[in-house]
Design a protein around this ligand. Structure first.
Ligand SMILES: [Ca+2]
Length: 292
């Protein structure tokens, strides 16, 4: 921070290998500090009401309450899994199976087997809203995949006219592995503006075999961040407070009221990789807080 009047209240952990990879947030953070040239700025904030959401996220995701996918565990269907379609429909060198011999939960998963350079995927299309942050996770297993062959979960966002707006490929796998959870921290991505539809693709490029089970595609839980900013023990009105980080893809902003209070609403629970900043003329730049 090198601008006068911009105070770093707290900064989250940023060890990501991918901009879509997140750890869960600390539920409560309180900061107090710190003398700066030209005045004392004291910042406090806490995450309100997030702890249950945060710590329940991995399990809540599988409760089905928020999952937008139909038949995410592939247990329903007659002859083929309800809600899911193989694509492309005619794919030389590709076999699609509704597998009853391997599963993470229940009795079924879906399977794709492909010869070298052939590719195929199980697909479900889901209505989405541009600007909303979604989580994606699921169980992926594979056998005998040789690079450049790979399998992964994939999102393709389209507008109302079906034009592709953005494609998001999660970590690609090759080799052999039993069904295991992708991704332990969940992956979050903001739907681009104008998005109306998202394909959730369970993708394989051969050679090899891939299995998928218990897929979750859901709006990320959100919470509010509130706190106060004070100077010399007195509430400081008119302070601009920013929350800034990926994968939100935008800055959340609030201005403190005459009691020095601010409230930032509807923030996706995707911490703790973000910066919380406060800015007011007459106060000097000063880092506070640090790595949790
Ligand atoms: Ca299943």
């Amino acid at each position: 921070m090198d601008r006068d009047g911009l105070v770093l209240l707290w900064r989250g952990n940023v060890p990501s290998r991918s901009r879509f990879r997140w750890r869960l947030a600390q539920a409560i953070v309180i900061l107090e500090k710190q003398a700066v040239k030209g005045g004392t700025v004291k910042g406090k904030f806490r995450l309100l009401g997030l702890s249950a959401l945060v710590f329940g996220l991995s399990f809540a995701a599988f409760s089905g309450a928020n999952n937008l996918l139909v038949n995410p565990s592939f247990e329903d269907g007659v002859g083929s899994p309800t809600g899911w379609n193989p694509w492309p429909p005619q794919a030389p060198g590709v076999t699609f199976r509704w597998d009853d011999g391997r599963a993470h939960s229940g009795a079924h998963s879906v399977c794709v087997e492909a010869s070298p350079r052939a590719f195929g995927m199980w697909r479900q299309e889901v209505p989405v809203q541009g600007g909303t942050v979604y989580i994606l996770a699921g169980y992926v297993g594979f056998e005998g995949i040789s690079p450049p062959g790979h399998c992964n979960l994939q999102l393709v966002f389209r507008d109302g006219g079906e034009k592709i707006l953005e494609r998001v490929d999660l970590l690609a796998h090759s080799g052999t592995r039993e069904l295991a959870y992708d991704f332990p921290w969940e992956v979050m991505v903001r739907a681009p503006a104008g998005a109306a539809l998202c394909e959730v693709n369970l993708f394989l490029q051969g050679p090899g075999v891939a299995w998928f089970d218990d897929i979750v595609f859901a709006p990320a839980p959100t919470g509010d961040i509130a706190g106060t900013v004070a100077s010399g023990g007195q509430p400081l009105p008119g302070v601009r407070v920013f929350l800034w980080g990926d994968p939100w893809g935008k800055t959340y902003e609030a201005v403190t009221d005459d009691q020095g209070r601010y409230l930032i609403e509807g923030v996706p629970v995707a911490g703790p990789r973000y910066l919380l900043l406060a800015q007011k003329g007459g106060h000097k730049t000063q880092p506070i807080g640090g790595w949790p």
